[in-house]
Ligand binder design. Structure first.
Ligand code: UDP
Length: 328
């Protein structure tokens, strides 16, 4: 494989797993990251360039130094609540800085772009599971910032022939099956790592956000997708672009929903630990159910998730939590 891939945000949770996979495929990998939420020691190989996407001059240097066959863009702010409180940093980072990246790609005639999008572009679901045709009505600045980039990408294909695939993640979870990489957000806001921190007594309890949703046990239902399965979809999507595909978008999930209580129950089984629970208030902006219909990705990309089982996802996350949870 003689391809050179730029991984923007390659020191973060999903990006670092992607870098590992691309290296295993034999690609030359260049990681661009400002380490605002990533870790230098999460980059297991390739060239590392410290760069902020706001820095257009530095971006230009990087595109002069390498001839990229594709760009994967993982760098963004991802917290819904924060985006409501502080929208300016979401539009600045997720939209304006992404434009800097896209304009640099156009200038240096790099054509193939894989974009980390999100189920949050859909807003409150009209029905589940959600396929790609579901109306897009984001209900917070985070989701809107991602949808704006999706729309920009359509215009950039028409105007500049920059071809892209947007991958709309449902709930990314789990960790590298080999135990080398995992999730380390600070502060951590995601359910599975928080539950496992409670299991390992690094946290006193897990608070369940709302018990009065219209679901069988009253807690929110989500579709958890293993990080390596997500990365595999990125790899297949990039190959589809190399094969000449036009721009498109795919929803990525397992098509099966688990409630917050079910996640905690599986975590209890996997860890063998007690997990203290507090019944808290609803969190703003949480739809009751988000479940993906990922048939399009399965049929078009021939994507086959390898770790679809929630117990496996939590087992890998637990291995990471036990080995690395206390050391950061
Ligand atoms: N959740 C919870 N307690 C927490 C964190 C999350 O009950 O401390 C719930 C949250 O309301 C949602 C689900 O767990 O229904 C998954 O939340 P997460 O933040 O992991 O991902 P999101 O769905 O926001 O992308």
């Amino acid at each position: 494989m003689d391809k050179t891939i730029l991984v923007v945000g390659g020191a973060g949770y999903i990006g670092s797993h992607m870098v590992k996979m691309l290296l295993a495929k034999g690609c030359q990998v260049v990681v661009l990251d400002n380490l605002s939420n990533g870790y230098r020691n999460a980059v297991v190989g390739g060239d590392f360039v410290f760069c902020d996407l706001a820095d257009k001059a530095n971006l230009a240097h990087i595109f002069q130094a390498y001839q990229f066959d594709g760009v994967m863009h993982f760098a963004s702010f991802i917290q819904v609540g924060e985006s409501v409180q502080n929208p300016t940093i979401y539009y600045q980072n997720n939209v304006a800085n992404t434009l800097n990246l896209l304009d640099t790609m156009v200038k240096y005639e790099v054509k193939n772009f894989i974009f980390s999008s999100t189920a949050a572009i859909f807003g409150e679901p009209q029905a589940v599971p959600l396929d790609e045709t579901h109306p897009k009505n984001p209900i917070n600045p985070y989701g809107l910032s991602k949808l704006m980039v999706e729309q920009i990408l359509r215009d950039y294909e028409a105007a500049y022939d920059l071809r892209s695939i947007c991958l709309r993640y449902f709930n990314a979870a789990g960790a590298d099956p080999e135990g080398q990489l995992g999730e380390r957000h600070v502060p951590e806001t995601h359910l599975i790592p928080l539950v496992l921190q409670a299991a390992s007594q690094r946290r006193e309890h897990i608070t369940i956000f709302g018990q009065d949703y219209d679901t069988p046990d009253g807690t929110c239902i989500r579709d958890y997708i293993h990080i390596n399965d997500l990365c595999q979809a990125h790899w297949l999507a990039l190959q589809q672009l190399w094969d000449g595909s036009r721009s498109t978008a795919f929803n990525l999930g397992n098509g099966e929903g688990f409630s917050v209580r079910e996640v905690i129950d599986v975590a209890k089984k996997v860890t063998g630990k007690d997990i203290p629970i507090i019944e808290g208030q609803r969190r703003d902006g949480d739809p009751a159910r988000l479940v993906a219909d990922a048939s399009l990705a399965k049929n078009t990309l021939n994507w086959k998730p390898q770790f679809a089982d929630l117990e496996t996802i939590i087992t890998h996350a637990w291995t990471w939590e036990q080995q690395h949870g206390i050391k950061w």
